[in-house]
Structure formats: structure tokens, C-alpha cells
Design a binder for this molecule. Structure first.
Ligand SMILES: [Zn+2]
Length: 58
């Protein structure tokens, strides 16, 4: 069973899956650092998105 590890774009706040857990946290952190937002292409820091921060489709 894997669980999606979601990141939130620091620019447009788009939430996307960065990796699938379980995965070593160091590797997950490295993936997040290298991740580019699939929505706006920004390479600004990607933050960890928790389920509580799930975007609402308005
Ligand atoms: Zn973005």
C-alpha cells in the first residue's frame, strides 16, 4: 500500500503528488526540492500539503 505524498506549489498553491510513500524522508525531501509545479512550472519551494490543506474546487 502506498500513500501519495503531496506538495503544494509556493507560487500558485497548486497541489500535486510529489512521491508515493513509504519512501525515505531524505529522498522525498530531495524530490520536493527538485520538483517543478505541473500547473505553473514554477520551481519555487514546494511545501508539504496535508489533507487538511486540500484545495477546494471552486
Ligand atoms: Zn504552481
Amino acid at each position: 500500500m502506498s500513500e501519495p505524498f503531496k506538495g503544494r506549489c509556493g507560487k500558485c498553491e497548486h497541489v500535486f503528488i510529489v512521491a508515493h510513500l513509504p519512501m525515505p524522508l531524505t529522498l522525498a525531501a530531495d524530490l520536493m526540492k527538485r520538483a517543478a509545479c505541473p500547473s505553473c512550472g514554477s520551481k519555487r519551494p514546494i511545501y508539504v500539503a496535508t489533507d487538511a490543506k486540500e484545495p477546494t474546487n471552486v
